[in-house]
Design a protein around this ligand. Structure first.
Ligand code: DHB
Length: 530
């Protein structure tokens, strides 16, 4: 592209771009470092058959932009690039994606690097370890890919790619950003993808999109972020921390576009977040469940951590949904059962045929089915889930073996402690028994709760879709529930439910998510936003 595209961006709102290429050119068709100008003509036209949530096939023709670098001074373009897919014809009818919502779907898993550099079609992203919702390389992950809309497992997408495909078939624009992740190391042995790299990259991608308002397809004021697990955590963080000044210096270093990084709405599946409180929350939830080996975790460590959770929970001063009242470590079991778990089992059982329901209830006698409602105790629920996935502490491991220890690595140090308790009980002999001086600020940069509790951010997303499988012991069930309660207490619109008997990475209602996007954004195909 030439000068014309630059003028196009200026005409679309006179946005100051972060930088131009050093040679003064505005770059090539895609992937040219230095230019932050979207070239509307640099697409290829693709057609794909997409099966919707009701099982009907749709022929979708869309414009596809291969990897575009979204910062002017990339550290690693392999990760700091995004792909764009915009539908132009669905089942033979022309659609105009100009004002459609934008699904910003990341494929980050395990806090690992995610790249779209080689993607050749929508849903083409993935983490370095295999891609999608729950990469096989993610710590403790067993679900490599959840079924997509077709009911098939999709090796490159899982829970996430069914969202992308259904969004495209609904007429939405789909933008998939890559991002740096914790394992990336340069030739000097320095880790350049650890915290806060991934969130800074996602923010830079949002800024790129917003700086190209009117040129890039879609309504840049209606960006809906989506992700699963670590990607769900980062999606949540993106929504919570919109336009926070804390990230500005990092964004400047990368030459991110000079635009807002706030997003309109958030979808998050099994977010692995609130990391510095997750060890305590984990023991509160799964403390007495044995590991898959049958071994109990160290119960004295578990008790210490459980005590820390009680203190943390009290300090949050959250009120449960539906008038539950104050949420504490003492009543959170009742809250989860009443608010989430029984309704989840009820919905599951209600959808079964009478004979299938009878069979299920016969092999799950802990459930009482009466008057069309499932009831059970928390203790029986824990037994039903069975083995806990992680040893204790689940996130800040004493031997620095958790993925999250690596996420808080820095410089040439691969893995570090990020909680006082983890540091104090370090078993590697390498640690100073205190967290490093830069850790508290990095935790704030990585934790959506910081932006919702300690420093309430008015520029946050106000619409939240949160989902979690009831069998998922990658983190505590209270992590999502606390997030939802806090957002609700702040007055935001929260749609949160747990999928019965589903594990890590599940997304069993992607069609409902697509419908929800239309509802919260006010979008109707072929109509301008009202
Ligand atoms: C993921 C899973 C984990 O158990 C974890 O600690 C972090 C991330 C994931 O699947 O992305």
């Amino acid at each position: 592209m030439g000068i014309g595209a630059t003028a196009g961006v200026a005409a679309a709102g006179g946005i100051a771009l972060g930088a131009q290429a050093a040679d003064g050119s505005s770059g090539g068709s895609s992937g040219a470092s230095g230019s932050l100008v979207f070239d509307p003509d640099a697409y290829t036209k693709l057609t794909k058959t997409i099966t919707d949530a009701d099982g009907a096939d749709h022929s979708v023709t869309y414009h596809f932009w291969k990897a575009i670098t979204y910062v002017a001074n990339p550290v690693d373009e392999t990760y700091q690039s995004l792909i764009v897919s915009a539908p132009v014809e669905i089942d033979g009818s022309t659609v105009d994606p100009a004002n459609a919502p934008i699904l910003l779907a990341n494929s980050i898993g395990g806090y690992l690097p995610a790249s779209v550099a080689d993607a050749t079609e929508v849903g083409g992203g993935g983490s370095a370890m295999g891609g999608g919702a729950a990469p096989s390389g993610a710590p403790g992950s067993t679900t490599s890919a959840a079924p997509n809309a077709n009911g098939n497992t999709n090796a490159t997408g899982g829970a996430t790619s069914s969202n992308q495909l259904l969004a495209l078939a609904a007429g939405y624009v789909v933008i998939e950003p890559g991002a740096r992740g914790r394992t990336l190391k340069n030739s000097a042995g320095e880790y350049y993808g650890t915290a806060p790299a991934a969130i800074v990259d996602l923010k830079a991608a949002v800024r790129y999109i917003k700086a190209n308002k009117g040129v890039i397809p879609g309504d840049v004021e209606r960006i809906v972020s989506a992700g699963t697990s670590a990607g769900g955590a980062l999606s949540t963080l993106l929504g919570a921390s919109g336009d926070s000044p804390l990230y500005v210096k990092y964004l400047k270093e990368l030459g991110a576009a000079d635009a807002s990084d706030a997003v309109f709405a958030v979808g998050a599946w099994c977010p692995i977040t609130d990391l510095e409180h997750a060890d305590g929350a984990y023991e509160w939830n799964w403390g007495t469940n044995a590991l898959a080996t049958g071994k109990q975790v160290d119960q004295s460590v578990s008790k210490d951590l459980k005590g820390q959770f009680a203190e943390y929970q009290a300090g949050l001063r959250l009120r449960g949904l539906a008038g539950f009242g104050p949420l504490t470590a003492r009543n959170y079991d009742d809250y989860l059962v009443e608010q989430y778990l029984q309704p989840s089992a009820t919905a599951y059982l209600a959808a079964l045929s009478d004979s299938d329901r009878e069979t299920y209830l016969a092999s799950n006698t802990f459930i009482t089915w009466s008057g069309g409602k499932a009831t059970f105790t928390w203790a029986d629920f824990l037994t039903h889930v069975g083995a806990r996935k992680k040893d204790t502490p689940a996130f800040d491991a004493f031997d620095l073996s958790a993925g999250e220890n690596n996420e808080f690595g820095a410089g040439t140090t691969a893995s570090r402690h990020f909680t006082a308790y983890g540091a104090k009980n370090d078993s590697t002999g390498l640690s100073s028994r205190r967290v490093a001086a830069d850790i508290p600020a990095k935790l704030n940069l990585m934790n959506p709760m910081y932006h919702l509790v300690e420093k309430v951010n008015d520029r946050r997303s106000k619409h939240w879709w949160i989902r979690l499988g009831t069998n998922d012991s990658d983190t505590s069930h209270v992590i999502s529930a606390n997030l939802a309660a806090r957002l609700d207490n702040l007055g935001d619109d929260v749609d949160h439910l747990y999928y019965w008997d589903q594990g890590h990475g599940a997304n069993t209602d992607p069609g409902d998510f697509i419908t929800w996007i239309a509802e919260v954004t006010g979008y109707r195909k072929g109509k301008k936003r009202s």
